[in-house]
Design a protein around this ligand. Structure first.
Ligand code: MLT
Length: 385
């Protein structure tokens, strides 16, 4: 039986994946794994037996990754699972910034008497522009950025994109004619609309600021469905006041960004569709299950990808510090026992899935004891057959 703690409301669709071997609750004290959405885990006290955390979403800035890594805890996210929902909100944000539907709707709701007559007389205050023919600059061409590119191109927009990690396979998903540039700076002078789809890191924090805005087209619209801290709100407000920025559409409002003319603040609804919540929950639960039961790692932000078919009767996994010859020490210990090892590294972490044809717990100086005593090993886990 595995105990799963939920730190946020997670779609019931997890039960299509997690069977009766799993107990899921929001108040388990000593969970084997955690399912989380936006709960900030920085102050969360990590229990000794915690093996994994899965975020039902793409961003992981609410999870203290270095602390998790140090303790050998695998952190998963669900890239792509909510990409369609976020894409739709980006398109919606672009249209709402091009046409004053929000202002027009608020005004129409105040009308009394001969409404139709007043509508025709007053509508000119809420006119707008079309997005067809305009250029959309996309910073970050991951699952969301690529979907936005395809949808915007279908609406007649020209696309310019930047992503230092774009693979050739991913590039093929982009619409024909997409201009791939080699830095965000190259996007700024090209785009009428700029949408951000990058994770929040030290390198991306406040990437939109007075300097970057100065390089943008006059009347640019900035859309931020990624993370609020990517943008210096004070600089954006100044640029709205000077009409350099036409609209800032943000899915992460703060005290600074609400109630401001020119800022369209959305209450973090990017992934809040039934479909996205179900998709993220299913993907997060499936990844946790495969890790807990088989040791397989898919879509982890701190562990390398490693998937292995079972080969011998016993399976165990090892988490350690990378680049310390852990793999060689492992082979020495297993020498003379039929075994098969899959080993990979990511950043400071090395991870191995080991199948052996022996009882690894047997005897005084068992294989498990020897492995646990190895230098640079953080944890060793024996999995159920
Ligand atoms: C994400 O990082 O994918 C979203 O913030 C998910 C969410 O809305 O919880």
């Amino acid at each position: 039986m595995f105990d799963i703690l939920t730190l946020n409301a997670i779609s019931d669709k997890i039960y299509t994946v997690l069977n009766s071997d799993y107990s899921v609750s929001s108040d388990t004290k000593s969970p084997d794994a955690i399912l989380v959405r936006s709960f900030k885990m920085d102050e969360y006290e990590i229990n000794d037996n915690l093996l994994a955390v899965a975020r039902a979403g793409a961003g992981v800035n609410n999870i203290p990754i270095p602390k998790m890594t140090e303790k050998g805890i695998c952190v998963f996210n669900t890239p792509g699972a909510n990409a369609n929902a976020v894409k739709e909100l980006v398109i919606c944000g672009m249209l709402l910034s091009a046409r004053d539907i929000v202002g027009g709707n608020a005004w129409a709701n105040t009308l009394t008497g001969d409404v139709a007559k007043q509508v025709e007389k007053g509508k000119k205050a809420f006119g707008g522009t079309e997005i067809s023919g305009k250029t959309l600059g996309i910073i970050g061409l991951g699952a969301i950025g690529r979907k936005v590119a395809v949808a915007a191109a279908a609406l007649g927009m020209k696309i310019a994109g930047y992503d230092p990690f774009l693979s050739p396979a991913a590039a093929k998903e982009l619409p024909e004619g997409t201009e791939i540039v080699s830095s965000p700076e190259d996007i700024y002078p090209l785009a009428d609309y700029i949408t951000l789809h990058v994770p929040l890191t030290d390198a991306t924090r406040q990437m939109i600021n007075a300097d970057s805005v100065a390089k943008m087209r006059d009347g640019v619209v900035i859309l931020n469905m990624a993370r609020g801290e990517l943008v210096n709100v004070a600089d954006v407000k100044a640029a709205i006041a000077s009409k350099k920025i036409r609209k800032y559409v943000v899915d992460f409002p703060t005290e600074e960004s609400v109630g401001v003319d020119g800022i369209l603040a959305i209450p973090h609804l990017g992934a809040s569709t039934e479909e996205a919540e179900d998709n993220c929950a299913i993907m997060a639960a499936a990844q946790l299950k495969d890790y807990l039961e088989n040791g397989n790692v898919v879509n982890s932000v701190n562990f390398p990808r490693l998937v292995k078919e079972r080969e011998y009767r016993e399976r165990f996994t090892l988490v350690g510090n990378a680049s310390k010859d852990v793999d060689k020490a492992l082979e020495n210990i297993l020498d003379g026992t039929a075994h098969s090892v899959s080993y990979a590294e990511k950043g400071s972490v090395c991870y191995a899935i080991i199948d052996v044809d022996a009882d690894i717990c047997a005897g005084e100086n068992s294989i498990l004891d020897k492995l646990s005593d190895m230098d640079d090993v953080i944890s060793v886990r024996l999995l159920k057959a």
